[in-house]
Design a protein around this ligand. Structure first.
Ligand code: UDP
Ligand code: MN
Length: 385
């Protein structure tokens, strides 16, 4: 066998191994891999610093997807390596070899007729891509975001919208703790081009009047659950507060959720971190600065649930109990136990969600409308609280 052909064969076996291992490690089928997109038929040679294509147009796929593909290959190779007790240098060699072979295939097909140039490997990869796209289309990611009118509302939602605009097939449920929707929020949502619902769910008066900690965002989240029960049949949902910070990588991980998935959240409690504890790839407990007798001592930003799993539990909801919202909701998903948690973010070894908090600002002083009549200030003032 010619050395080049031999190398090609090795690379193909490698790719199959990678896909198979990815399938094993997540318990999903290859056609369920959501973000895999690699059009090998189009394009020009790679011009990135390490031979990784950088131009989305020439490759007929987005930069985000391209990077994710490489990352997935690295991840899968690493998993195979670790499970076989091999050293890191083997993993680096194998990853580079697979990436080289993929790039060679791409260069080899430059300028050729697209249909005639299909090799079995390309056809397989293209059908995987098509199946993955179909999977994402049929399985929306519902992001439930409670929000309320305050000076920081529009800037928070602007940042969050820009994150979600980088994610495929997201359906954003923005639910205001208010009696009527805020026009500025409606305007923002329309401009994003995202699929969204703009709903309202005020906090019940009895909790509003209470001194001390309030069940913030609970009414809104339960409204989100109600919307999902009435409108959704598949996919995954995630409670994502408007003031947190999300790595876009998180959303593709969330899509694989079959029941309930979890991952670490940074900047939480006195430990600075809230996360499942993982040992030898297995869940062994929770790390959180505030255990408080909770069965699920986790942060709101640290878990996602499959829509089907929720629909099978018609009574599941979030309690109006400050500090126990996550625990109460997860307990209401019974039968469900911590041992069933799907561990994401590379076995909970990466922080992809941050419980950030924005400094609160006082509402601005009233504008002298007579003094500033017919100036830009009139219009500007309508945009801030
Ligand atoms: N929130 C709300 N009504 C309130 C206070 C908060 O809808 O009266 C929302 C808020 O926009 C956020 C979530 O509930 O998405 C959690 O609130 P906050 O960020 O204040 O809580 P923390 O992160 O400090 O625990
Ligand atoms: Mn917050």
């Amino acid at each position: 066998m010619k050395p080049a052909l031999k190398m090609g064969m090795i690379a193909l076996v490698g790719i199959c191994l990678v896909f198979y291992q990815y399938h094993l490690s997540f318990g999903i089928r290859v056609d369920q891999i959501p973000a895999l997109k690699f059009d090998l038929n189009a394009g020009q040679p790679p011009d990135g610093p390490d031979g990784i294509p950088v131009n989305s147009d020439t490759y007929g796929c987005s930069i985000a997807h391209q990077k994710l593909t490489e990352e997935m290959i690295r991840y899968a190779v690493d998993a195979v390596r670790k499970s076989n007790g091999l050293g890191p240098e083997i993993g680096v060699q194998l990853t580079e070899e697979i990436l080289n072979q993929l790039n060679k295939l791409t260069i080899g097909n430059r300028g050729k007729d697209r249909l005639l140039s299909q090799t079995p490997a390309q056809t397989t990869i293209n059908s995987v891509v098509a199946a993955a796209d179909k999977f994402a289309d049929e399985n929306p990611l519902y992001v439930i975001t409670p929000t309320y009118r305050r000076p920081e509302q529009v800037p928070e939602l602007t940042r969050m919208a820009h994150t979600l605009m980088l994610v495929k097939n997201v359906h954003w449920l923005v639910i205001e703790d208010a009696h009527t929707p805020t026009q500025q929020v409606t305007d923002l949502l329309q401009r994003t081009g995202l699929k969204y619902e703009h709903l309202v769910a005020p906090m019940p008066e009895q909790y509003k009047k209470k001194n001390g900690a309030k069940p913030r965002g609970v009414s809104n989240r339960n409204r989100g659950l109600q919307w999902i029960r009435a409108n959704a049949t598949s996919g995954v949902f995630y409670f994502a507060d408007d003031d947190n910070t999300y790595d876009i990588k998180l959303f593709d991980e969330i899509r694989t959720t079959r029941k309930v998935s979890m991952w670490p959240v940074g900047l939480c409690t006195k430990f600075g971190l809230s996360t499942p504890i993982v040992k030898n790839g297995k869940f062994i407990g929770f790390y959180d600065g505030w255990m408080a007798g909770r069965k699920f001592p986790v942060d709101m930003a640290g878990f996602a649930v499959s829509v089907k799993f929720l629909l099978e539990r018609p009574k599941a909801s979030m309690p109006f109990r400050p500090g126990y919202e996550e625990d109460g909701f997860l307990k209401s998903l019974a039968p469900f136990n911590p041992s069933e948690i799907e561990l994401l973010a590379d076995n909970c070894s990466q922080v992809l969600a941050w419980h950030t908090q924005t400094k609160k600002n006082e509402p601005s002083a009233a504008l002298d409308k007579e003094k500033y009549a017919s100036t830009n200030l009139i219009k500007l003032k309508q945009q801030i609280v």
